[in-house]
Design a protein around this ligand. Structure first.
Ligand code: ZN
Ligand code: ZN
Length: 357
């Protein structure tokens, strides 16, 4: 099945070596429908978010070697323009789909069978081990494409596909009932501002930790009941203040989206008994130092939360389609990617940048 208007070349951004030049071209070869392998689809990407992981993958920060040359990007939203012959799928030409960090997995191993597809040993990753969404036409895998609900603009869907899914998954991992207190550390950041909205949407009582009046105002709008400005407290005083705000007993869950080692260790001190620390943000070379005695007698849970699965992605988009979650974002052209990375390194990006392809 195919759409006749597929060009031979189209715009893309790629790099050949880690930390090397970032090249924008208008004539990157487009995989033609007859060259797709069974299971693959060709997606006309319309919008793609830029995630911190993309910056790490260009810089070669991680131990796992990436494909080279590489087209990065893993928050791609677009429409299917071709489906490989012999592909079993519910998708049709023209369907709006998202392509995510997890591009493909076997769906047959134990990890896949229990819905932990991201930990499949055969997983393929968009913008890392296979080309991603920083291009107008991307090859993806039908079984892992996420259907985008009608009426949700593709540029709004884009940041949900990694940032949104990641924090929604983390909130599910916290396993809290409505009415429970949930602290989000790094609440004004790219992940945190979405975590606050998802938590509020399922009836959790949210307290954001961040700094500055602008962040406080933003989080108030999202329904946060409390705001802790970490610049205004010494560590011990802050722990007491968080406990005080959360009914005097501390929160039931702490979702750590900030890349700060101290945020992790403070959470172990302010969580109430049976509380869950959910690890999302990735400070380099950091250990969570949990005192065994207090972990045991407080029945604490420490949970790592990596990206969500196919179902988590569908749920995360559904909140956005119903207007419960709105990413804070700015749209720019694809060719700006290099400048976006520069601004990211300087920490000068509020919310998410979405590139139009
Ligand atoms: Zn990401
Ligand atoms: Zn698998």
């Amino acid at each position: 099945m195919t759409n006749p208007q597929i060009p031979k070349t189209a715009p893309a951004v790629f790099f050949e070596k880690a930390n090397g030049p970032i090249t924008f071209v208008v004539d990157h070869p487009v995989t033609q429908p007859e060259d797709l392998k069974p299971g693959e689809v060709l997606v006309r990407i319309e919008a793609t978010g830029v995630c911190h992981t993309d910056l790490h993958s260009w810089k070669g920060d991680w131990p796992l070697e990436s494909k080279k040359p590489l087209v990065g990007g893993h928050e791609g939203a677009g429409r299917i323009v071709a489906i490989a012959d012999g592909t079993m799928t519910q998708f049709k030409i023209g369907d709006a789909v998202g392509i995510k960090w997890l591009a493909d997995s076997c769906l047959n191993c134990e990890n896949c069978r229990i819905g932990a597809e991201a930990t499949c040993a055969l997983a393929k990753l968009h913008g890392y081990t296979v080309d991603g969404s920083f291009q107008r036409y991307a090859v993806s895998f039908a079984k892992h494409c996420t259907p985008i609900p009608d009426g949700l603009p593709l540029e709004v869907a884009a940041p949900i596909l990694c940032a949104g899914v990641t924090v929604w998954k983390a909130i599910k991992e916290a396993n809290c009932m409505p009415g429970a207190w949930c602290v989000v550390s790094g609440a004004g950041g790219g992940l945190g501002h979405l975590a606050v909205q998802y938590a509020a949407a399922i009836g959790l009582r949210v307290v954001g930790i961040d700094t500055g009046a602008d962040k406080k105002k933003l989080l108030d709008q999202y329904g946060a009941e409390g705001f802790i400005d970490y610049m205004q407290f010494e560590s011990d005083a802050m722990i007491n203040e968080i406990k005080r705000v959360c009914s005097g007993e501390g929160p039931h869950a702490a979702i750590i989206t900030s890349a700060s080692g101290s945020a992790y260790n403070q959470a172990l001190d302010y969580l109430r008994p049976h509380g869950a620390l959910v690890a999302v943000g990735l400070p380099p070379d950091t250990y969570i130092k949990a005192n065994v005695f207090s972990t045991v007698v407080k029945n604490l849970r420490i949970v790592g939360s990596y990206v969500g699965n196919r179902q988590d992605a569908i749920e995360a988009l559904d909140f956005a389609a119903r207007g419960k979650v709105k990413p804070q974002m700015v749209c720019e052209p694809l060719k700006n990617l290099e400048s976006v990375y520069k601004r990211m390194e300087e920490g000068a990006i509020p919310g998410r940048i979405v590139l139009r392809c």
